[in-house]
Design a protein around this ligand. Structure first.
Ligand SMILES: Cc1cc2nc3c(=O)[nH]c(=O)nc-3n(C[C@H](O)[C@H](O)[C@H](O)COP(=O)(O)OP(=O)(O)OC[C@H]3O[C@@H](n4cnc5c(N)ncnc54)[C@H](O)[C@@H]3O)c2cc1C
Length: 399
């Protein structure tokens, strides 16, 4: 049986990116997923869209994925506004203030995966296979993964990129702290009476944040509405006209009336953090290692940084580093764990802060928002975080 350097389980955005980066670092890679992804078939925008930071863009550019995206399906935004429901004032961020062209980019999951799969196909050292992991067995200098169809895959290191429920994390015996938020996110694409002007907007309601994220054309937004599970179920089941009306009301009609909506999708929100990022020859990457609240749009951005750090550490250690990869995995975890924890607790706190309903909490929040909006260095610092420009960044992601 052939031994591959890296077996990657999960061909989502994080898995495919990890595969490209490791192949570019000179390793042989086998990429396993339960099913091949369907390519986009519709001109409508996906319900699953991502806001990606300039740091993520740099990683995707380095592996030749960004240039494969159709520019008409990438929506840069250069302003951001955040406020509390019922308040006129809030915080605004402007890319031009930092002499940057964009704060972030909206992309669809299917088109990003399409570009990633083209990039995988252009790398002969990556083999793509279908299968579902069933068991792990140690071999002398490698690890074997058995799939449910009784095939075996042998690798020096295995990267679990198989998402939040990560069956591989379970097979490797890695515990994960899991906390269900009392919120479900409703996602949809909507048309509004007023143009979005390339501005990402987020309003904090008593039940959670509601974001309108700009897509082309100028009157279309992707929305992420984190609310109670009951309200989310109503939003999904309501007829389009009543959903548009309640969405417009919740958003204080900042973009005028909501005129049209796509079907809605409800996604329960969960916070996850693996107690350790590796065990033996298995290492966790992306949502397999952590899951954050979507209010800052950072989950996938964290996963792409994981992929770039792991590949950078692996490249530095070379093939010798795979003889006993635990040292390499420890360096990866040291570089990533603190950054992930900081994002987990920042998003948690922000979410909880706006769920307090006492008058003093409201006054404190409003004062905080007004003050932050006036302190330029603080705003620049927050903006740099939101753009992925700070922290212990891998070389590929640095501005
Ligand atoms: C409402 C909402 C909005 C969000 N918005 C943003 C945003 O704007 N920006 C952002 O950065 N993040 C955002 N996120 C987070 C983002 O969606 C995730 O962080 C990201 O999708 C994780 O990617 P991944 O590749 O790690 O996992 P996944 O996308 O879950 O991919 C996992 C892959 O593993 C495969 N797999 C699963 N099980 C197995 C198995 N047993 N064997 C083999 N393969 C398997 C799957 O088929 C899939 O291909 C949002 C999340 C939510 C809920």
């Amino acid at each position: 049986m052939r031994t591959t350097d890296w077996l990657i389980v999960g061909n989502g955005v994080v898995g495919a990116t990890t595969a490209c980066l490791l192949a570019d670092a000179g390793f042989s890679v086998t990429l396993l997923d339960t099913q091949p992804r369907p390519l986009p078939t519709s001109e409508d925008w996906d319900l699953k869209t991502y806001s990606l930071t300039p740091a993520s863009r740099r990683i995707l550019r380095a592996i030749g994925v960004w240039s494969r995206l159709n520019p008409a399906r990438v929506a840069p935004y250069d302003r951001m506004a955040v406020w509390e429901q019922g308040e006129e004032a809030g915080i605004t961020f402007d890319a031009a203030a930092n002499a940057r062209p964009a704060l972030g980019y909206m992309l669809e999951q299917s088109r990003l995966l399409g570009a990633l799969h083209a990039a995988l196909g252009a790398r002969p050292s990556i083999e793509r296979v279908a299968g579902t992991p069933a068991a792990l067995e140690s071999a002398d200098d490698a690890l074997e993964l058995l799939t449910t169809d009784a095939r075996r895959w042998r690798a020096r290191a295995i990267a679990a990129c198989d998402g939040g429920d990560s069956p591989l994390r379970v097979l490797a015996g890695i515990d994960c702290e899991i906390l269900a938020y009392p919120q479900t996110a409703v996602v949809a694409n909507v048309e509004t009476a007023l143009p979005h002007q390339a501005t990402a907007r987020q309003c904090f309601l008593p039940t959670g944040p509601l974001a309108f994220l700009p897509l082309p054309p100028a009157n279309t937004c992707a929305i992420v509405w984190s609310t109670t599970p009951a309200e989310a179920a109503d939003a999904v089941n309501a007829d389009d006209a009543s959903f548009c009306a309640s969405l417009g009301r919740a958003f204080g009609h900042r973009l005028g009336a909501v005129l049209k909506t796509s079907p809605r999708l409800a996604l329960p929100l969960v916070r996850r953090h693996a107690r350790r990022y590796s065990e033996g020859r298995v290492v966790l990457v992306g949502d397999a290692a952590h899951g954050v609240h979507p209010l800052a749009g950072q989950g996938l951005n964290l996963g792409l940084l994981d992929a770039a750090v792991l590949a950078e550490q692996a490249a530095a250690a070379g093939h010798a580093g795979l003889v006993e990869p635990q040292a390499l995995f420890r360096r990866y975890e040291r570089q990533r764990r603190g950054e992930v924890l900081a994002m987990l607790s920042a998003t948690d706190r922000l979410n909880r802060l706006f769920l307090y309903h006492s008058p003093w909490a409201g006054r404190l929040r409003r004062a905080g928002l007004r003050l932050t909006d006036r302190i330029d260095p603080l705003k620049r610092c927050l903006m740099a975080y939101a753009m992925g420009d700070v922290g212990d960044l891998p070389r590929l992601a640095r501005p």
